[in-house]
Design a protein around this ligand. Structure first.
Ligand code: URA
Length: 468
């Protein structure tokens, strides 16, 4: 029979084996990888069967020639499938995460995770450490004595089932291809490519079995990508790619033209969040509160617990006001071994090695804040590390007393630097003097939240950019 004959032909004509050298040459010459080839690269990176030399050559070819939308999708799925992964629905309710592209004082995870959990959404959040000028969620959480960021997958599931939210680091099991490829990209100048960034971020997120994902893509002087067209393209690409994988996704473009909120550091950022979770409403934290409620509103809507992001915002605000968010945060910290008693008196727990108040050197308006430089000032005070694996100082950081546009008088405090040692105060102070411009005119107002991409608008954007 014809069907039988077809099967016989397939047996006689086996699929030809793949060779990494052919895949490198194809990409070098501008070709497009198919799903099988992407799977070969991801599996070979994860199990070590393709060496660093060939992976690095392929990464550079991909960086130079770019990845098509289809190729980005294929690589993302292949990297997601390179290790263990959770199926959707594994927690018995919808799971939604938030990912930020990184910033200075960007502490919304400590608010959105407990607020969404308090509203009935599961939040399996896999976070990272300080990278370049930006702080890391794991480094901040480790300022809490005892908090464990390295959990076995079984423990992660246990915390999620009892607390609704868990924040931990990437494990060796989830998306192992990304661990290998990311380390190589870091060493070969191949980080800044939208397709590679998209596959790297989403492979980890999608392996966690998410039903929904909210992306906070930063723009402005403290963002990794400075040009708005690059930021918009990356946001649209990630939304379209995650949606194609079956995860409802939205991206919000948000302002990183100044540090978010008052604190940038490790412990001091947690203290600022707990103050908000306790219902306080200090003016200097209003942007953190607003952005967190907006992101949580989207998470709650994607998690099926609200009809719309606006209704989700209202639920999140209620959980902030009635203490349900604070209770969820403390429950998660306790379940991961953290000592919640340090939040009884956050100021008493804060013991920086050295403190210096920087005063305004003239009167006028805070006209500009070079937020990348300010991020480096925070890291150099001791909050970040020079080399991978080094410890960070939980108490180092900077409190900003004046926001962009504020009118300041000469001699008024602009910022307080907390450093590990007195000798480590000088560099951040010098950076601060160069990064904060005091002028005669206030700067133009920047919206905290700009464009929002959902599946439809992301696909339309990519079509218009002729990249869909
Ligand atoms: N964060 C990631 O996880 N991957 C990238 O490529 C960039 C930022």
């Amino acid at each position: 029979m014809a069907l039988h004959r077809k099967a016989e032909t397939m047996v006689d004509d086996p699929i030809p084996p793949l060779h990494m050298i052919d895949i490198i040459r194809k990409k070098r010459d501008g070709g497009v990888l198919d799903g099988r080839e992407a799977g070969y690269v991801a599996a070979g990176a994860a199990d070590g069967s393709i060496g660093a030399d060939q992976l690095a050559a392929w990464l550079m070819a991909a960086w130079l020639n770019g990845l098509s939308l289809e190729e980005t999708r294929a690589l993302t799925m292949a990297m997601r499938d390179s290790g263990e992964k959770f199926p959707q629905g594994w927690l018995g309710k919808r799971a939604v995460d938030k990912h930020s592209s990184g910033g200075v004082g960007d502490k919304t995870s400590f608010l959105v995770a407990p607020l969404a959990a308090a509203c009935g959404v599961a939040v399996p959040m896999i976070s990272g450490r300080a990278l370049g000028h930006t702080g890391g969620t794991l480094d901040k959480l480790e300022a809490i004595p005892g908090y464990r960021t390295a959990l076995a997958l079984g423990e992660f599931e246990e915390v999620l089932k009892t607390c609704g939210a868990s924040i931990m680091g990437q494990t060796r099991e989830l998306a192992p291809a990304d661990r290998v490829l990311y380390a190589l990209r870091d060493r070969t100048g191949t980080v800044e490519n939208p397709g590679l960034i998209c596959a790297s971020i989403l492979s980890k997120k999608l392996a966690a079995g998410l039903d929904g994902l909210v992306l906070d893509v930063k723009t402005g002087s403290g963002a990794f990508l400075r040009k708005s067209e690059d930021t918009e393209f990356l946001a649209a690409l990630m939304v379209a790619t995650a949606e194609a994988a079956g995860t409802r996704t939205v991206a919000l473009l948000t302002d990183m033209g100044q540090p978010l909120g008052r604190a940038a550091g490790n412990w001091i950022e947690l203290a600022e969040c707990v103050e908000l979770l306790r219902g306080a409403r200090p003016a200097y934290s209003e942007d953190v509160r607003e952005l967190s409620l907006t992101l949580a509103g989207w998470m709650i809507a994607l998690g099926g617990k609200a009809e719309s992001p606006h209704a989700g915002y209202t639920l999140a605000e209620a959980a902030l006001t009635d203490g349900a968010g604070l209770a969820a945060f403390f429950k998660m910290v306790d379940a991961q071994g953290g000592d919640v008693s340090v939040f009884d008196d956050p100021a008493a727990f804060h013991k920086p090695g050295a403190t210096k108040v920087v005063e305004a050197w003239e009167s006028g308006f805070v006209a500009e804040m070079d937020t990348t430089a300010l991020g480096w000032a925070v890291q150099r005070a001791g909050a970040g590390r020079e080399k991978a694996g080094e410890p960070v100082d939980p108490h180092a950081g900077i409190l900003f007393h004046a926001r962009r546009g504020a009118r300041v008088k000469r001699g008024e405090p602009l910022a307080t630097i907390y450093a590990t040692t007195a000798a480590m105060l000088a560099e951040p102070e010098k950076i601060l003097h160069g990064a904060m411009v005091i002028g005669e005119e206030p700067p133009e107002r920047q919206e905290l939240i700009g464009k929002i991409f959902t599946r439809e608008s992301a696909e339309a954007y990519l079509r218009a950019a002729n990249r869909a």
